[in-house]
Design a protein around this ligand. Structure first.
Ligand code: FE2
Length: 298
C-alpha cells in the first residue's frame, strides 16, 4: 500500500498464483478487525476451492444461477438459504461450535419453519387446532443446571402435523398457527400442553436445494420432532428439538440435527382416568421432556 492508499502496483497485480493475497490485501483498510478476518479468510478458502476443483466458466455460471434461484425462492414463509445451510451441515456446525452443552440441554438447528410468532397459550392448552392426528400430552420442567426450577420461563414450541407439514406450508388446509404455542412455566418451572405426535417430513424439495439433494442421491427427510425454544432471564436460551424415538430417518436426518440426548419415547397410555385428567381421548401418547438451562456467565 502506498501513501495514497493505493495498492502497490507490482504486489497488487492479479495472478492465479497470488490471487488470495492480492484480494486479501484489498481489505487492508477494513476498520472492523472481525470483518477483516472473516473476509480475508473467506477469500482464501474460496480461491483455494476454485483452484482445487479447477472450476470452469460453465460451473461458475451454474453456481451463480443456483444462488440466484435460492434467493428468489425465499419469502416470508420460505427460507431456502437456511435450507441450503442446513443440508450442507453448516447450520449444525455453527450451532455446535457456539453452544457448549456444559450440563444444559443440548441445542440443535432452529430450522426454516419458525417464521411466524407463536401464539401465547395457557398451560395445558391444545395446540392441535384441527384435532387431526394421534393425541399426545407433553409435560416437562425447566430447571437450572443445579436442578432448581425456573418459573416464568417461556417455552416456544412448533411442529409439523400428522402428515408432515407445518401450518405455513398448508395455509389452505391447516388453521393459522396450528401446532404452535408459546407457554410460560408455572411456579415450579413446569410446562404441559396437548398436541399430536408429529410425523417425519421431507424438507421442501421444489427449489434449488431439492435439486441438489436429488443430484447427490440424498433423501430429503427429517425424523419426527417437536421444536423447542426456551428462554428465561439470567439463563442462556436454548433452541432445540424433542425427537420421537423410533421415528424413520433418526439415523440419517437430512440436516444432521439429531443428538441422542434429545430422543424420547412417546409411550401409549391406555387409561381412561388419565385420559380424562389430561382432557384427551383414550388411548393417547405421552412424552416428558425436561429442559436444563445454563446460567448466564456473570
Ligand atoms: Fe422441523
Amino acid at each position: 500500500m502506498n501513501t495514497d492508499g493505493e495498492m502497490d502496483t507490482v504486489a497488487a497485480r492479479f495472478s492465479a498464483e497470488h490471487s488470495e493475497e492480492v484480494v486479501a490485501a484489498s481489505f487492508a483498510n477494513t476498520s472492523d478487525p472481525r470483518l477483516h478476518r472473516i473476509l480475508t479468510s473467506l477469500v482464501g478458502h474460496l480461491h483455494a476451492f476454485v483452484k482445487d476443483v479447477e472450476l470452469t466458466d460453465e460451473e461458475w455460471a451454474a453456481a451463480i444461477r443456483f444462488l440466484t434461484e435460492t434467493g428468489a425462492m425465499c419469502s416470508p414463509v420460505r427460507q431456502e438459504f437456511i435450507l441450503l445451510s442446513d443440508v450442507l451441515g453448516v447450520s449444525m456446525l455453527v450451532e455446535t461450535l457456539n453452544h457448549d452443552t456444559d450440563g444444559g440441554t443440548e441445542s440443535t438447528v432452529e430450522g426454516p419453519f419458525h417464521v411466524v410468532d407463536s401464539p401465547p397459550r395457557e398451560l395445558g392448552a391444545d395446540i392441535a387446532l384441527d384435532g387431526k392426528g394421534e393425541p399426545c400430552l407433553v409435560t416437562g420442567a425447566v430447571t437450572g443446571t443445579d436442578g432448581s426450577p425456573v418459573p416464568g420461563a417461556t417455552v416456544d414450541v412448533w411442529q409439523a402435523n400428522a402428515d408432515g407439514f407445518y401450518d405455513v406450508q398448508q395455509p389452505e388446509l391447516q388453521p393459522e398457527r396450528n401446532l404452535r404455542g408459546l407457554f410460560t412455566t408455572d411456579d415450579e418451572g413446569r410446562f404441559r400442553f396437548r398436541t399430536i405426535v408429529p410425523r417425519y417430513y421431507p424438507i421442501p424439495t421444489d427449489g434449488p436445494v431439492g435439486r441438489l439433494l436429488e443430484a447427490t442421491g440424498r433423501h430429503p427427510n427429517r425424523p419426527a420432532h417437536i421444536h423447542f425454544d426456551v428462554r428465561a432471564g439470567n439463563y442462556r436460551s436454548v433452541t432445540t428439538h424433542l425427537f420421537v424415538a423410533g421415528t424413520p430417518y433418526i439415523d440419517s436426518d437430512a440436516v444432521f440435527g439429531v443428538k441422542d440426548s434429545l430422543v424420547r419415547d412417546f409411550p401409549v397410555v391406555d387409561d381412561p382416568e388419565r385420559a380424562a385428567a389430561a382432557e384427551l381421548p383414550n388411548p393417547f401418547r405421552t412424552v416428558h421432556f425436561d429442559v436444563v438451562l445454563r446460567e448466564n456467565p456473570t
